[in-house]
Design a protein around this ligand. Sequence first.
Ligand code: PMP
Length: 447
Amino acid sequence: MTDDNKHLMDEEHQYFAKGSRIKYFDIVIESGQGAILTDADGNQYIDLLSSASSTNTGHSHPKVVKEIQEQASKLIQYTPAYFANEPEVKLAKRLAEIAPIDGPAKVTWGNSGSDANDAIIKYARAYTGRQYIVSFTGAYHGSTYGSITTSGVSLNMTRKIGPLLPGVVKVPFPSPWYRHAGESEDAFIDRMFEAFKLPFDTYLPADETALIEIEAIQGDGGFAKVPERYLNQVAEFAHANGILLAVDEVNQGMGRTGKMWSIDHFPEVTPDLIAVGKSIASGLPLSAVVGRKEVIDALDAPGNVYTTAGNPVTTAAANATLDVIEEEHLVQRSHDLGLVAEKYFQSLAKQFDFIGDVRLYGLNGGIDIVDPKTGKADGLAATKLIYRIFELGALMITVRGNILRFQPPLVITEDELTSGLEIIKHAMEDLKNGKIKESAALKGIGW
Ligand code: PMP
């Protein structure tokens, strides 16, 4: 056998860059249908991660596959940097119409969430003529220099590669774990908003600041939703000072949170720009920035072009993805199944004292694993859990070391969801009973 998991993984260790894959389990994914994945040895797994939320419509959805096949046989590529293609034009119109932007919107393409977030910096600087950018600790915006600089989630992303993009200032994201014991929600929001304002009060001229970018619900930062009043105040501050507000919807958009966009959870906030990626084309490399028309018009060609961005196959896949989201009511489904999952996790939290907190927004969220004695993050226990979950036939990973990342495809069947949840419970029972031993396989897992 030359193409089994072990053989392929041996070769991957030899030839593949260690900086390009976060270590989890030594498997090679060979195929997927809906929420079910099959590895190179024929083992099947329930996907509780949706390929990092890049396959909200499930793996190889038949409608998406059909559109890709039909478009590929017609025209795979003529660079959208020079000539338009039909699926791209249709998609631009659809996205401009459904994006949570006030007034007329326009769209630009990228190949990844990372370059979409770089583009946001360009558009904000071009439109405002200002240089400073404000973003948040705990954010993940991507892996290009611009988007690494606006990110703030992992020292391994910034170590060895500095200096980063100049002009980016980081403020603390009001994650629940920064709330002091006994502190009221209001006092917490006031304290965090003071911290947000501190740079502006001391050295950062608001009138030279172009942009504030935020994930309204941080994904890789641990499934933390920004408190509503805090975001309202940030948006008000931005508006009052002529600063643009961008929301990164790459992870939490496209129906993931039980609403089409994560910012739809905040009725008083309207962004000037959003970044969309991951699930937009059901896993093909496409991203978009949607923004107020005048902001997008501020950049001249070729200020934001990539040879394949907006390619007809990826944009055809994205049109099919939007069709599937509508036809299969995936936004509602995310909301409804999210409530089922949340109830289940809350019942697990009553049984297992190592569950610190459960935060679900649609079929999407994080389960904190803590040391029951201290309440502190317990990364080893979380690693043991995901490893056991893997052995039992489901795929989950951790974020922030100790948080289980729960993001099944939105098309997951109720039976598959139940089986996935039962696997998690089974793993938790094994952890509680001391049945999951430390092993070599657990070493170096996660980030
Ligand atoms: N923004 C967010 C919120 C993300 O979660 C990610 C990916 N984890 C990105 C941007 C970067 O997207 P990509 O990996 O496609 O460049």
